[in-house]
Design a protein around this ligand. Structure first.
Ligand code: HC1
Length: 584
């Protein structure tokens, strides 16, 4: 441990910590526009400068290490003056269009200006050349970019995708894909992690609100909304509720108040996914064990960022992907077939909106695979942040809303579906059903939680031996089933390298594109605390544990859907509506 003095306070901290970390330990906040916790920082914005006794120049506290005996001043006149000039220089090349910017009142640059007491624009200089790049998921407006490089850090050092970098030098520097290509023509997975860390409006989700408001105002449309699992674990944060507060009931009430005709739950179709994916896994296992033709490991296919990543990085391995569409596109297909039939409506008059924690879902719905007989499964995707904005602009008092519920016939779900939103959840949900189908007994883990794959580690694995199967599954008796789970694209690439070189020992792999799973998706509220993943995950596990039904095959409305409409799991109609093939 070392000891230093910051603003007259003595702080003890481990050797190797930065001055900024030492200050945080002493309860002193040092502002920064580029710092990201636990990853390499460039120290590019310099807003975090501090004065250190005995050192001539101001020091960037996010990269300079604290040393024993150091005396630091974070708020001296020299520091304050320097921060102000640094800020004004950033502002001199910024559009200052706060009133018409989506990040108004939610912008770190704006907030810092207030904290620094900026009351006038003193410096007006040359403006750099700017452009706007609109992909289906992400909109990049370089005029608002302050070159902090947080997006470069998440893209390169957390997701290991490398779609964006600093291009050119000096005043011509721009954060962009190589050669100024549009994002949509690069290996960008559309995960949107860059939009979460961007301190300004330079990187945002591509607008989905305009078309949803338009559909809601169209008397010729019946507008159906569905909500992803992870949204309920984070939406409350946008309304000042503590991180990790589940807001399922209030969210359903808000969606009714917004005027959606049907408020359905993506959890229903997550249960549906488990039945289809579980059936597919059993078919593949049977084929492989009896010398037939099938590809293992099977890999989950519900995360569109992950699908885009495997297409770019491992195009030879696409047969490993489950043929299941993602739950929200399955829901769209069911709404426009089963529900349209039930209402005797033309599916083209139904407008399906998905509220998702994910920016990649915006791109996913535009893929050619996500339609049936020329009708799109889903018409619009809103992120959790966009839904919050919609609720605010409709003047709804979210916090005081009553606990509402989802509508029948596509609103009932089991706890297995809640945990889809957290890394390991899809695998656990699948195992709860598959194990019971094969053995006639409950999964032998306490509380139905497959503990080795619960948690936020990058790669988790589990294995168990199937004993005493029901007669029709005798071929599986004695088989040791091996599974792996990862979240974030770096972990996905690690597991895929094993798959590609034929050494993967697993039968089934779950991959989610964002670290932690959808709870930390690119469309979620920008977190204010370090352990937000843990808290949001706990919210979903608690939703699961409090449900009367916790296994997908126990969902009575889902079983009715099979009996009355779909027929057999994995059957002809199910395949037509709910499955697809990704090809090179
Ligand atoms: Fe997800 Fe999914 S869980 S992909 O992580 O399979 O986005 O929440 O909606 O479709 O159900 C995201 C979350 C989500 C789908 C489901």
């Amino acid at each position: 441990m070392i000891k230093l003095t910051i603003n007259g306070k003595t702080v003890e901290i481990e050797e190797g910590a930065t001055i900024m970390e030492a200050a945080a330990k002493a309860g002193i906040k040092i502002p920064s526009l580029c710092h990201l916790k636990d990853v390499h920082t460039y120290g590019s914005c310099r807003i975090c400068v501090v004065e250190v006794d005995g050192m001539k120049n101001l020091q960037a506290s996010c990269i300079v290490r604290a040393r024993d005996g150091m005396v630091v001043h974070t708020n001296s006149p020299k520091v304050r003056a320097a921060r102000k000039v640094l800020y004004e220089l950033l502002l001199s090349d910024h559009p200052k269009d706060c009133l018409s910017c989506n990040r108004n009142q939610n912008c770190e640059l704006q907030e810092l200006g207030y904290e620094l007491g900026i009351t006038e624009t003193r410096l007006e200089g040359e403006r750099s050349e700017c452009s706007v790049d609109i992909s289906p998921s992400i909109t990049r407006d370089t005029s608002k970019c302050i070159l902090c490089r947080r997006c470069v850090t998440v893209c390169n050092e957390i997701q290991h995708v490398g779609a964006i970098q600093a291009q050119n030098r000096g005043f011509d520097t721009v954060i962009s894909p190589a050669m100024g290509l549009p994002l949509n023509s690069t290996a960008c997975a559309m995960c949107g992690q860059c939009t979460v860390v961007c301190p300004t409006g330079a990187l945002q989700e591509t607008d989905g609100l305009s078309r949803v408001w338009k559909a809601l105002g169209d008397p010729g449309k019946r507008v159906v909304v569905q909500v992803a699992p992870a949204v309920r674990a984070a939406l409350g944060e946008e309304f000042g509720l503590p991180c990790g507060t589940p807001v399922t009931g209030k969210m359903a009430s808000a969606l009714h108040e917004l005027g959606f005709d049907d408020v359905f739950d993506t959890l229903f179709s997550a249960d549906l996914t488990i039945i289809e994916e579980g059936t597919e896994l059993l078919h593949r296992l049977f084929a492989v064990l009896t010398g037939g033709d099938a590809v293992l490991p099977m890999i989950t296919s519900c995360s569109p960022g992950w699908i885009k990543h495997i297409e770019h990085q491992f195009p030879e391995e696409l047969d490993h992907l489950s043929t299941c569409k993602s739950p929200h596109t399955m829901m769209g297909a069911v709404v426009k077939s089963f529900y349209a039939d039930r209402l005797s409506m033309d599916p083209r008059d139904l407008y399906v909106v998905s509220v998702m924690p994910c920016t990649a879902k915006k791109y996913e719905i535009e893929r050619g695979e996500m339609e049936v007989d020329g009708t799109r499964d889903v018409d619009a995707v809103l992120t959790t942040r966009e839904l919050a904005r919609m609720i605010k602009s409709a003047g709804i008092d979210f916090v005081n809303l009553p606990e509402g519920s989802f509508d029948a016939p596509l609103g009932l779900s089991t706890g297995a579906a809640d945990i889809f939103g957290v890394t390991g959840g899809v695998m656990e949900a699948a195992l709860r059903t598959v194990y019971e189908l094969v053995t006639g007994r409950e999964l032998p883990f306490e509380g139905l939680h497959v503990t080795p794959i619960v948690g936020l580690e990058q790669i988790k694995t589990a294995s168990f031996v199937i004993e005493d199967t029901l007669l029709e599954y005798k071929h599986l008796e004695g088989v040791e089933v091996k599974v792996a789970v990862t979240s974030g694209l770096e972990g996905a690439s690690m597991l895929m390298r094993e798959v590609a070189d034929g050494t993967s020992p697993y039968h089934f792999i779950e991959v989610m594109g964002c670290p932690g799973g959808c709870i930390a998706g690119g469309g979620q509220p920008r977190p204010k605390e370090d352990d937000f993943r843990k808290k949001r995950a706990a919210a979903l596990y608690s939703e699961d544990e409090h449900k009367p039904l916790r296994k997908s095959h126990e969902n009575p409305d889902l079983m009715k859907l099979y009996e009355e409409f779909l027929g057999e799991p994995g059957g002809h109609l199910a395949h037509k509506l709910l499955h697809t093939h990704y090809v090179k």
